[in-house]
Design a protein around this ligand. Structure first.
Ligand code: ADP
Ligand code: DP6
Length: 327
């Protein structure tokens, strides 16, 4: 019997970061995180289970993946087999409408789409909460990509209690957008997975990160509830920089940021002095993501265009739609 399903999931950008795992096998994070879902970037994945397959296969953007990537996806499919109590292997075809492994959260949309496609193909009837738990097993940030808008991932303390949920925002995200300054869209040398592990294990600054995270989460949620853009922006900028600071305290120290990242950050600060409120955040890569109110988006783009070329400046709305089944 052949069973198949196809799903789309959007990437998300953390505005309060997930950085460090309490449990590597189940992907339980050290701290809660908050994200927004990007309309512009997404993954579409089709999965087919068939008795005749003798192993899992993955074709990503039209190319079969290498052994290392195959092992990673097979580990996730083992979790799916465990959830569904059936032994079938799968053929997976996935297309990223986002650069892969460049700090633009391809793993988030990838595993959310795959989890949803499996849920559909195998008629697992998982609730969104359980889908978020399943996606988490592939990549932590994927647990947030099950939902649209502002999303919080509750760290919990085990497989059952660690999942994401939408944050009530009275549609405030419709008034906001993100500008992505693409500084490097090539695959990065230090993955988020290995970067956060090294930092958690060795960074002298990691405890400092943990000491501030609960206050940052509370501040961000209060700002979302009050639709207070400045208050939200100030906490996301501080939180993102603090995450990057922990990497400088690791043994050996490392950074994802490039000289052009600092140029983009300086332009953001300059825009604020011009009266255009906007705030930056960066992930496991050099690209800079800028949260802005739509009314000021064009003014900020004009300032960025003095330094960066058109192809480097990408605009995205924040989508309120979560996982979609498309086949
Ligand atoms: P990013 O910043 O893009 O999320 P990560 O290093 O966190 O970078 O994740 C990239 C990894 O996610 C890839 O190396 C691959 O293992 C996995 N990945 C990305 N896209 C897909 C996809 N569509 N299907 C399956 N796995 C994917
Ligand atoms: C900096 O979710 O890619 O983007 O759970 O190991 O797959 P794994 O890591 P991943 O890490 C994302 C880290 C981040 C911050 C964030 O998205 O919260």
């Amino acid at each position: 019997m052949v069973m198949s399903g196809k799903a789309r999931a959007h990437t998300n950008i953390a505005i309060i970061k997930y950085w460090g795992k309490a449990d590597d096998t189940y992907i339980i994070p050290m701290n809660n995180s908050i994200s927004v879902a990007l309309d512009r970037f997404y993954t579409e994945t089709e999965v087919t289970f068939d008795e005749s397959y003798d192993k899992d296969t993955l074709v990503l953007n039209g190319e079969p993946v290498n052994e290392k990537e195959l092992k990673k996806i097979s580990r996730f499919m083992d979790v799916v087999r465990d959830y569904s109590q059936q032994p079938l292997y799968a053929h997976i075809e996935s297309e990223n409408f986002v650069p892969t492994a460049a700090g633009l959260a391809s793993s988030a949309s990838a595993y959310a789409a795959l989890a949803a496609a499996c849920n559909h193909a195998l008629s697992l009837n998982l609730s969104d909460k359980d889908l978020s738990r399943l996606a988490r097993r592939g990549s932590g940030s994927a647990s947030r990509s099950v939902f649209g808008g502002f999303v919080e991932w509750e760290k919990g303390h085990d497989d059952k209690t660690s999942f994401s949920h939408p944050i009530e925002s009275d549609r405030w995200e419709d008034e906001l957008s993100m500008i992505i300054v693409v500084i490097n869209d090539k695959a990065k040398s230090v993955s988020s997975r290995s970067g956060m592990a090294l930092t958690r294990e060795t960074s002298r600054f990691y405890q400092y990160w943990l000491d501030h995270i609960e206050a940052d989460i509370a501040e961000a949620k209060a700002a979302i509830s009050d639709k207070d853009f400045q208050r939200l922006g100030e906490v996301i900028e501080a939180n993102g920089l603090r995450m990057h600071a922990t990497n400088l305290g690791a043994q050996p120290p490392f950074t994802y940021l490039a000289p052009e990242s600092y140029q983009a950050m300086a332009i953001v600060h300059h825009c604020r002095t011009l009266g255009y409120p906007c705030y930056f955040t960066m992930d496991a890569g050099a690209n800079v993501k800028i949260l802005v109110q739509k009314e000021h988006q064009q003014a900020v783009v004009s300032e960025l265009a003095k330094t960066f070329n058109d192809e480097q400046i990408i605009l995205s709305d924040i989508t309120r739609s979560g996982i979609e089944i498309i086949g």
